[in-house]
Write a protein that binds this ligand. Structure first.
Ligand code: DC
Length: 269
């Protein structure tokens, strides 16, 4: 994967109208981390659009690796074989789509990375340190070309971009996340119970938080936003204010607020 990752290079459909003055000469990275069911993807994508930044869904990259393993009959828990597979994969985004479309070995992965089977398989894949190393490298390479970015995942503010301009951690109560997931599945015609989904969510949290490499943590200096009882539009408004405040601080020369500085978690990008 590392060697195979390339970047479509095209400009995204979005412009940079509102933050261009801030970011024209340098990078501007907003990281959004948090567990599943907090509305992270929707929030990150809409925030990026609102601010004229680009959007990176890093979960999609792990999902594409899990899908590839399943397609080749490789056990997702077989660490060495999955790592070998991922190292040989060519992953890139087509940035002319909104959101950017992920291609694995030249084929658009589409919704095939969102099936329950892939969701189950991705946990061991994302716990594989060799896979994580390749993904971290790939994500930094993407940010090198797409320098004004909202990136979302589990380790973006803690490991991949610890010096990001803005680090956000979205959270929500497990019961609320379970209810959202049940509603989401129902719209797809899949009936399940809240108890069942809650058990899956708690297990996934446990795995994400306890893995050795890139565990789900609250990044140092992150703004923590609990979305349990806040409407998604209000969450986006709130994050927009946080981002604009940071951008303003950079513009007027105040620089980053030291109280928001990252700790020593993870490597430098
Ligand atoms: O956000 P998601 O559900 O699409 O993520 C898919 C899986 O990948 C999930 O098990 C968490 C993992 N992941 C990760 O470990 N690190 C990331 N930066 C993004 C996702």
């Amino acid at each position: 994967m590392t060697r195979g990752v390339r970047d479509g290079g095209a400009m995204s459909a979005t412009g940079f109208a509102q933050v261009l003055t801030v970011a024209a000469t340098s990078t501007f990275i907003v990281t959004i981390d948090g567990p599943a069911g907090t509305g992270k993807s929707t929030v990150a994508h809409r925030l990026a659009k609102r601010l004229g930044l680009e959007f990176l869904d890093t979960g999609a990259m792990y999902r594409a690796a899990a899908l590839a393993a399943l397609q080749r009959g490789i056990d997702p828990s077989d660490g060495p074989r999955v790592a070998e597979l991922v190292r040989g994969m060519e992953l890139h985004f087509d940035w002319s789509c909104d959101p950017p479309e992920l291609y694995a070995d030249g084929v658009a992965v589409g919704d095939r990375i969102r099936t329950p089977e892939v969701t189950r398989a991705v946990t061991p894949v994302a716990s594989n340190p060799l896979v994580r190393a390749a993904m971290v490298h790939a994500q930094r390479a993407i940010a090198h070309r797409h320098r004004r970015l909202v990136t979302e995942g589990r380790d973006q503010g803690s490991v991949v971009f610890p010096d990001a301009d803005v680090r956000i951690y979205l959270d929500a109560r497990p019961e609320v996340r379970a209810r959202r997931r049940v509603d989401q599945l129902r719209t797809k015609g899949i009936e399940t119970t809240e108890a069942e989904v809650l058990a899956q969510i708690l297990e996934r949290d446990r795995m994400d938080e306890s893995r050795k490499d890139g565990p789900l943590v609250r990044p140092a200096g992150a703004d923590i936003v609990d979305t349990s009882f806040i409407d998604i539009d209000d969450v986006i408004d709130r994050l927009e204010s946080v981002v604009r405040e940071c951008a303003g601080a950079r513009l007027d020369g105040r620089g980053p607020d030291p109280s928001r500085a990252a700790g020593s978690t993870g490597a430098q990008p």
